[in-house]
Design a protein around this ligand. Structure first.
Ligand code: GLY
Ligand code: MN
Ligand code: MN
Length: 359
């Protein structure tokens, strides 16, 4: 799907929902619809017009990246310059009602819009462009696969360093370096290397702790390639695992395998979560799995759909989601195993390649 088709899909959706003018302020939505990779800019989309409103720093860039958009220049030196440029455009297009993205406008921006656009009715929408983004096109899928391969290969490369004595921070830096060397633009989020008791913190910060025998070490990381993210987690044991290590690890692995075997288009997101959660519940560790099973991924590391309890939204072919059950035991340590999968009509295709055998 090229960018023009994305705009067409959006316009069809707007038509169905009687939305005549949409203001897009969310960063990834702006990039998805326009191709513009700059950090500041708003889009105004109507049935006939597609405009990008941005300031001096990005005029040249917007012209190159979003040539099918009309460029509306913002005066950098005017107060509320963005809103004033928007207002001029709205007047010219005779817009009576403007829909904005409820999750991507600060309260002060909202007040300024209200103050300046007095004759225009404001309505808000949530998750509108995000819904389109959830199903990936072929090109997007290729970029996620590439980001995933970069992370897989970097992990393979650092295996020999995972030994007692090295610190969490040192391992994180090595991973980052290897991913960059392999073409990553940057890391998908702050790399997590969490060892021993720190592995019981699902989103631990890297410390100077030196890893030692008997530690679980969680590696949770991803690469960004051409704007697209990957996300994977592997848990390793340093030295010999004991009974408890094995019990927890194999339960998480079994839970993940169950989900990977069962997930397919048509299933609810909550249903997918439940499948994996039941395995951990039956093993007696239900209160130690306190987060959802997974999330969509693409231009953002966390996006629609959310695989969590009670979410009735349906999985669709072409979605790419993480499958990441975990068990976290305070004072002892934790295990998480995370793969990315492409949802298909018949099942799902695992994109992450790094091994994850039984201990
Ligand atoms: N560390 C982010 C995630 O796995 O979702
Ligand atoms: Mn992750
Ligand atoms: Mn994840």
């Amino acid at each position: 799907m090229n960018i023009k088709e994305r705009l067409e899909n959006l316009r069809n959706m707007m038509k169905r929902k009687f939305i005549s003018a949409l203001l897009v302020t969310q960063d990834q939505n702006r990039r998805y619809l326009s191709g513009f990779t700059g950090s500041t800019g708003w889009l105004l989309i109507t049935a006939k017009e597609a405009a990008i409103i941005t300031d001096f720093r990005y005029w040249e860039q917007a012209g190159r990246e979003s040539s099918h958009f009309r460029l509306v220049k913002v005066n950098n030196f005017a107060e509320n310059g963005m809103i004033k440029s928007l207002l001029g455009l709205l007047k010219e297009l005779r817009v009576k009602t403007l829909w904005f993205e409820a999750d991507a406008l600060s309260y002060s921006q909202y007040l300024a819009l209200k103050e300046n656009l007095k004759e225009i009715k404001l309505e808000s929408k949530s998750g509108f462009v995000e819904e389109l983004r959830a199903v990936k096109g072929k090109g997007e899928l290729e970029l996620i696969k590439k980001a995933s391969t970069i992370a897989d290969d970097a992990f393979l490369e650092i295996q020999k360093l995972i030994k007692p004595g090295i610190t969490e921070k040192e391992l994180a830096i090595e991973l980052l370096y290897k991913m960059r060397k392999r073409g990553a633009e940057k890391e998908a989020f702050d790399i997590i290397v969490a060892s021993g008791p720190n592995s019981a913190l699902p989103h631990a910060k890297n410390t100077d702790r030196r890893i030692k025998e008997g530690d679980f070490v969680i590696f949770d990381f991803g690469a960004v390639y051409n704007g697209y993210h990957s996300d994977m987690t592997r848990t390793v044991i340093i030295g010999k695992p004991d009974k408890k290590h094995r019990e927890i690890y194999s339960l998480v692995l079994e839970s993940q395998r169950k989900a990977l075997k069962t997930i397919k288009a048509g299933m609810t997101c909550g249903g997918a979560d439940l499948l994996a959660r039941q395995v951990i519940e039956e093993g007696g560790f239900c209160e130690y799995f306190g987060h959802g099973l997974g999330h969509g991924i693409g231009l953002a590391v966390h996006e629609e759909p959310r695989l969590r309890k009670g979410n009735e939204a349906l999985l669709k072919a072409g979605m790419v989601v993480s499958v990441e059950p975990g068990i976290y035991i305070p004072g002892f340590g934790g295990v998480r195993i995370e793969d990315l999968v492409e949802v298909t009509e018949k099942g799902c295709r695992v994109l992450t390649r790094a091994p994850k055998e039984e201990l």
